[in-house]
Design a protein around this ligand. Structure first.
Ligand SMILES: *[C@@H]1O[C@H](CO)[C@@H](O)[C@H](O)[C@H]1NC(C)=O
Length: 346
């Protein structure tokens, strides 16, 4: 067990595409990877005979000492899907047999950022002001940043544009543009836009409209969450975003801040990683900060518990709730401490 843990530390963060390439060009590794891919084809639930099973097990245990073990992908990277398919070929089979240390598909870029950079962006506009509308300031800050402005304009125009044929918006294109925005723009901008504090419904309504929900979120009658969950699981990107969200926003009663990973910023990032997927979450109304994907658990029958569990990841999750509700004050604190640091430097 100790040796495994050590190799995880060493190998964590290897890019799965790179690891896959180096495995494919290695004559002992390559056939094992090919075997493994056959083992997990069709979501791995295929019935395998005893000899196939042992071949699969052998391939897995051999690959665990290759760079594939502990490899990860980057959110929004080129060939993200290819990278994730390599990640899951190993992890899917692990789920069925050998249980290893917990793992998550995405590299975290700033594991420990604490809203510090946010400080410099809006600090000046607040000097001497007694009332501040952070949501409007966040929009202004985004407008003066080239990347934020460009990608925001891109998704808004894509999401509000009706297609000439149906008169409805192009949902897949809208979702793609939203993912691009949340994957590429620094969290200093995206978190401030989406999690700025509101005290009235007009503000909360604007905040709810940030992701153009008429195109990206609302979609007729709410489907059952289990169906949404299965759709998500069938797509490597959505499945990975969800796995990351479960990991980073896992609640804990014993940790100091309600999150097992003790990182609000990482939880919020994982949350925004789901925007533009088939389970895009959003604020459910303009009078609370409650969030949920567009689905329901009424009439789930036998699967009620499973459904409630999934929906509860959003509606009954103390880590996510605290991350969203404490964001405004923590970001302000970070801003102040950054200001003090700057004064200190002068
Ligand atoms: C808030 O939501 C309600 C219900 O959807 C809606 O009728 C109302 O107009 C909204 N308020 C604002 C300020 O947009």
């Amino acid at each position: 067990v100790l040796i495994f843990a050590l190799s995880d530390v060493i190998l964590a963060g290897t890019d799965c595409l790179v690891a896959g390439d180096s495995c494919s060009s290695d004559e002992t590794c390559s056939p094992r990877l090919r075997t493994l891919r056959q083992c997990v084809a069709g979501d791995g639930s295929m019935k395998l005979g005893p000899s196939a099973k042992s071949q699969c097990a052998n391939a897995v245990s051999a690959l665990l000492s290759s760079p594939l073990r502990g490899c990860q992908c980057k959110r929004g990277m080129k060939k993200e899907k290819n990278c994730l398919s390599i990640y899951w070929s190993l992890h899917q089979s692990i789920i069925h047999g050998l249980n290893l240390v917990e793992s998550y598909p995405y590299e975290t870029v700033h594991r420990d950022y604490d809203y510090v950079r946010l400080a410099s962006i809006t600090a000046d506009s607040e000097v001497g002001m007694t009332t501040v509308n952070r949501c409007l300031d966040a929009a202004k800050a985004c407008n003066v940043d080239e990347l934020c402005q460009k990608l925001r304009t891109e998704y808004v125009s894509t999401c509000i544009k009706p297609t000439s044929k149906s008169g409805l918006c192009n949902r897949p294109k809208c979702n793609k543009a939203l993912r691009k925005f949340f994957d590429r723009v620094p969290v200093d901008y995206t978190h401030e836009l989406l999690f700025c504090p509101c005290t009235d419904t007009a503000c909360a309504e604007r905040r709810r409209q940030t992701i153009v929900p008429s195109c990206s979120y609302e979609n007729g009658e709410k489907p059952n969450c289990i169906i949404q969950m299965k759709n998500c699981h069938a797509d490597y990107v959505c499945r990975s975003r969800l796995a990351q969200f479960k990991f980073d926003c896992e609640p804990s009663e014993t940790s100091a801040n309600g999150c097992k990973q003790e990182n609000y910023g990482a939880c919020l990032s994982a949350y925004t990683g789901l925007i533009g997927s088939t389970i895009t979450p959003n604020y459910v109304d303009n009078s609370t900060s409650n969030v949920a994907p567009w689905c329901s658990c009424s009439s789930s029958g036998e699967a009620r518990d499973e459904c409630d569990h999934f929906l509860g990841l959003f509606t009954d999750n103390s880590c996510l709730r605290d991350s969203i509700c404490l964001y405004p004050s923590l970001a302000t604190k970070a801003k102040e401490s950054n200001k003090n640091n700057r004064i200190g430097h002068i």
